[in-house]
Design a protein around this ligand. Structure first.
Ligand SMILES: Cc1ncc(COP(=O)(O)O)c(C=O)c1O
Length: 456
């Protein structure tokens, strides 16, 4: 007789959640999954294929969460699955150097090297260290920036999310925004004081923070295009201004491409700005999500002279039992190899069709809204103009999102369960999947129109 093991796999979402609540805080292993801001019982997923996911009750949804980014080619893409199977057959991990790590790094460096119109080669990064999560990548990036500069302070933007390490949770986006809290308990005031938070897209605030603390700032960290407070792209040239300002003061720019990396172009957000003629030079760039192909893998890249400060060459320590896991590097490489030009043509077209359909339905119901874009990533704000920063992103009729979300779910479409998250399409979202999303648009718009703000 056991106390906890029922020996039966739950067959309804309600049963799964009830059991999860007993053994896991809040019933989930990452807060946004708990549906706290939209209400109701979280959906427990059992499988995913192409653009669809299926819950434990057997209900199928068109998926616009995309594993929060990694599912660039859709779920269970045959090439990615084959690469995973082949790697598994060779062993799950060795804790020793293996050739797949080298091949993935070569692939990433290759993608992040572009030839300009003048024939000159530009490289976003020169070396890459693999870790297991985006949180680890950004945490290591700031330690490296402090080690390289010998300075203590970090500048971040309100509403940007870089994972859950102590230095990076102040006024963060994603789950912190969803739960409507300023940060996290358990972070010492001394640690919090080392991070200065300023408004995004605000040139004056940037100038002021460097005027006041320029010789003590190790780095500015920015999402290459913000997508954790809803999608809020940088103003044209803002990333370059960040790089130039940081460099003028001897500080570094950390560009966080955990979300944007390899999503809108084969060279990530950096590649998009290169193409559009506003190139910027980040000293360190973080990756995650897509480069792991759906398994836990992330990376930290940058100029060789900075990356070589990492152990074993340099004095900045970083390590990981699971870093560069052979199964994860194999799936990551398969994902990147599958992400050809046709994928980057397809994504914005599909995203645009879905966004236009939803926007028309909301307009027909008289619901004030804006679709905000960063490459092929988008999100809907319930306000009538695109926000430039976190304060503006919060100034929307957030209470319309819950009913909108649940109407979409009832009509077979799974959205991120928060108004502050970006939506993800994939190469597998075909006409049939798009049709199903568009069919849900009218009822979802009606639900948003009928929504009422909660009584205070
Ligand atoms: C921009 C950005 N940086 C870092 C992270 C943290 O990555 P992880 O959840 O793998 O720790 C995320 C996660 O969503 C992210 O969007």
């Amino acid at each position: 007789m056991t106390r906890f093991i029922s020996g039966r796999t739950p067959t309804t979402n309600a049963e799964a959640f009830e059991r999860a609540l007993v053994v896991t805080p809040g019933g989930v292993n990452s807060p946004v999954r708990a549906f706290r801001s939209v209400g109701g019982t979280p959906v427990f997923l059992a499988s995913g294929h192409g653009p669809y996911v299926r819950d434990v009750e057997g209900t199928e949804y068109v998926d616009l969460v995309g594993q929060w980014g990694p599912a660039l080619l859709g779920h269970a893409h045959p090439d990615v699955i084959a690469a995973a199977h082949a790697a598994v057959d060779r062993g799950l991990g060795f804790g020793a150097a293996s050739t797949g790590e080298v091949e993935l790094a070569e692939l990433v460096l290759d993608r992040l090297t572009l030839t300009g119109p003048d024939g000159a080669e530009r490289r976003a990064i020169e070396k890459l260290r693999l870790v297991s999560t985006g949180t680890e990548a950004t945490m290591t990036a700031i330690r490296l920036a402090r080690g390289a500069t010998g300075r203590p302070l970090l500048v971040k933007f309100a509403g940007h999310y870089h994972g859950h390490s102590d230095s990076l949770l102040s006024e963060a986006g994603s789950g912190i925004a969803t739960l409507g809290i300023p940060g996290s308990a358990g972070i010492t005031p001394e640690t919090a004081a080392q991070t200065i938070v300023i408004p995004y897209n605000d040139e004056d605030a940037l100038a002021a923070v460097f005027a006041a603390h320029g010789d003590r700032i190790a780095a500015v960290i920015t999402e290459a295009a913000a997508a954790n407070m809803g999608v809020v792209p940088p103003r044209p040239g803002f990333n370059r201004l960040l790089a130039d300002t940081a460099h003028a003061h001897g500080a570094l720019l950390i560009s966080d491409e955990v979300m944007t990396g390899f999503r809108s172009t084969a060279a990530g957000w950096w590649g998009l700005e290169e193409r559009e003629g506003v190139p910027y030079d980040a000293d360190l760039t973080t990756f995650g999500k897509i480069i792991g192909g759906g398994l836990p893998l992330a990376g930290l890249g940058g100029r060789a002279e900075i990356l070589d400060l990492l152990a074993p060459l340099g004095p900045v320590y970083q390590a990981g039992t699971l870093s560069g896991n052979p199964v994860a590097v194999a799936t990551g490489a398969a994902m990147l190899r599958g992400a050809g030009p046709e994928v980057y043509d397809h994504l914005p077209r599909v995203a645009r069709t879905i966004a236009d359909g939803l926007s028309s339905a909301l307009t027909a119901e008289g619901v004030a809204h804006t679709v905000a874009w960063a490459g092929s990533q988008f999100s809907i704000f319930f306000r009538d103009s695109a926000p430039q920063n976190y304060a503006e992103a919060q100034a929307q009729e957030t209470w319309r999102f819950g009913p909108f979300f649940h109407a979409m779910l009832e009509h077979g479409v799974s959205l991120p369960p928060s108004v502050y998250e970006a939506w993800f399409v994939s190469a597998a979202h075909d006409d049939a999947a798009v049709e199903r999303v568009l069919a849900a648009a009218a009822p979802a718009a009606r639900a948003a129109a009928a929504a009422q703000p909660a009584l205070q």
